[in-house]
Design a protein around this ligand. Structure first.
Ligand code: FAD
Length: 549
């Protein structure tokens, strides 16, 4: 099969803010090769022919139907994309995985179930499993013989996931972990066979375990009554002295947060792709309806206000599509390079962290564009948009969850800033150098240069200006001065959330950490002072984005 080789380099995560790149370095859907297109086509046809005709029964939770469809998808190779070939998967490249997610999304409940299994359910074992764990679980997860899910949230710990209360202690004979606690909102939990469960060893060390349905002391609660994605399974899971073999610890004791949040980076990126596919389908339906429905003797699409809605939907979908495939291209290039390294798994983990910013952006913007699109589609359908017999009512209900799970959009916004600051302070991203350059430009004053010419000169100026505005709004030049003054910990939070590079939920205030024992802060950044000091913050404000203001 013919393939196109697109020369791409792995630009650094977050570098889009300060660097320009050449058009040929950016991946777009036009660059998809035949194999990648075929994967997308197979996925789209599967949902159209096998899943959508059963949507009404799925929405009623017909016993066994969703797992049967997932298994059918497994037979076609649609579940094992993330699993390497030696373990029975197809080891798809990042771009193919993105196409797959986009094209599976015509029915949101199926897309969510697919993501919970093939993404956050299976990938923890791919990236963190021992050889024995991989051999035991991955071949069955890749084909759908076993279905998986991911159990992080608890009734009292959602955004603040590391505040989990589920405990694990080693049995007196040292052969088993004994788990006690409860997980909440677990997608696929009603029918899964393999549960990735986070619990604190001895109530302190956040860790991760592979738990199988049927282990003694494991039980599943009733299906939650949800606003949308009604065809998916969402249940609480209970552990009452649940006995888990010792060898089912995943990764290391006390390093569960590394598993949790790196895997969520993949989930978040894919969620953006699912949202993209959903938005395209809704636009298609709304455009068709606008042509067919007449009012005042004309198709409603002929009215400027309706046409403008369709145009705006298309504009935002185009933006989200460009963003997601550009990022997929970068991640893919970085993963290809990491794949050749001797310590491949370690390097792949670094790639996931490298693009945490892009993953959060994909999740936020994808989910917000989809929400915009479904809302406008309901408006175009008028009263029929409010009726369950028409397609957009379900799409409207289904869309809403995307801003909540895989880290709420608020938490993801905070993570973007925290990761940027962490990367700036560690030197991984030359944000401070860009800030210093901008500082010089500001001090030098207007240059009155000849404006550049060319087809895209205006657009380039606008984009460059927007990037500089970001640096100013984020007070990077100010931070640069501070860093030059020796305070490199200006954006560390009291909870130390930036130390490990993985941030669950930020601390309550954007303040410098008072580490007097290590020399404290210098250069105009006093311990305990809010980084942005011009306007005092209201007490209790939950702005943890420290350092950026
Ligand atoms: C249908 C569904 C499926 C799900 N599937 C899974 C799954 O498979 N596995 C799993 O582990 N979890 C799952 N979840 C849980 C989901 O990830 C959580 O609901 C989500 O992380 C939010 O947690 P919470 O509901 O406890 O809200 P909270 O954490 O209580 O947040 C409430 C509000 O406060 C805001 N907030 C919290 N902290 C801050 C802060 N520091 N700054 C600003 N705002 C803040 C939040 O953004 C939100 O708006 C699912 C949830 C649903 C509804």
């Amino acid at each position: 099969m013919a393939t196109t080789a697109v020369p791409r380099t792995a630009a650094k995560g977050g570098s889009f803010l300060i660097e320009a790149c050449r058009p040929e370095e950016i991946f777009t859907p036009a660059d998809l090769n035949d194999d990648q297109k075929l994967i997308g086509q197979t996925a789209e046809e599967f949902v159209a022919k096998e899943v959508l005709p059963l949507a009404a029964e799925l929405e009623q939770h017909k016993e066994g139907l969703m797992p049967a469809l997932l298994k059918k998808a497994g037979e076609l190779g649609l579940l094992g994309g993330g699993v390497p070939e030696p373990y029975g998967g197809s080891g798809l490249d990042k771009i193919s995985g993105t196409v797959l997610a986009e094209k599976l999304s015509s029915y949101a409940s199926f897309a969510v179930s697919h993501g919970a299994h093939a993404g956050i359910g299976a990938l923890p074992i791919v990236y963190f499993g021992t050889e024995e764990q991989k051999k035991k679980y991955l071949p069955k997860l890749a084909t759908g013989e076993w279905l998986g899910c991911y159990c992080l949230s608890e009734p009292q710990a959602g955004s603040d996931a590391q505040n989990a209360r589920t405990r694990a202690v080693l049995s007196p004979d040292g052969k088993q972990w004994i788990l006690n606690g409860q997980k909440m909102w677990i997608t696929n939990g009603g029918f899964a066979d393999v549960y990735i469960v986070f619990a604190k060893v001895d109530g302190e060390k956040f860790s991760c375990f592979i738990v199988e349905r049927g282990y003694p002391g494991f039980s599943v609660g009733a299906e939650e009554k949800k606003m949308g994605i009604k065809g998916s399974s969402t249940v609480p899971i209970f552990f009452e002295n649940c006995r888990v073999p010792k060898e089912n610890l995943l990764h290391e004791i006390g390093r569960g947060h590394i598993v949790a949040f790196n895997i969520l980076n993949v989930g978040r990126f894919n969620l953006g792709a699912y949202c993209l596919g959903g938005a395209k389908k809704v636009l298609e339906a709304a455009a068709k309806y606008a042509k067919e429905r007449t009012a005042f003797g004309k198709p409603i699409g002929a009215f400027g206000l309706v046409g403008a809605k369709l145009a705006e939907m298309a504009v935002r979908i185009y933006a989200v599509e460009s963003m997601i495939y550009r990022s997929a291209g970068m991640i893919d290039a970085a993963m290809s390079a990491a794949g050749a390294a001797a310590d491949k798994t370690q390097q792949l983990m670094k790639v996931l962290e490298e693009y945490a910013i892009e993953s959060s952006i994909s999740k936020i913007y994808g989910s917000e564009v989809l929400d915009f699109v479904v809302d406008e589609a309901v408006q175009i359908y008028g009263g029929y948009g409010f009726h369950e017999d028409y397609p957009v009512a379900r799409a409207y209900r289904d869309s809403r969850i995307n801003r909540i799970f895989e880290g709420t959009n608020e938490i993801n916004r905070l993570l973007i800033i925290q990761m940027l600051m962490k990367r700036a302070m560690s030197g991984a991203l030359p944000l401070l150098a860009a800030g210093a350059k901008l500082q010089e430009e500001i001090v030098a004053g207007p240059q009155f240069e000849e404006p550049s010419s060319g087809t895209w000169a205006e657009q380039e100026r606008a984009v460059t200006g927007a990037k500089k505005t970001f640096l100013l709004a984020a007070e990077i030049p100010r931070t640069t001065r501070r860093a030059a003054g020796g305070c490199r910990r200006a954006v560390e939070h009291r909870d130390g959330s930036l130390r490990d590079g993985i941030v669950a939920a930020p601390g309550p205030e954007g303040r410098c950490a008072p580490r007097r024992s290590r020399g404290g802060c210098h250069g105009g950044c006093h311990p305990g002072l809010p980084l942005r000091r011009r306007r005092p913050r209201r007490k209790g404000s939950a702005n943890g984005a420290g350092g950026s203001g």
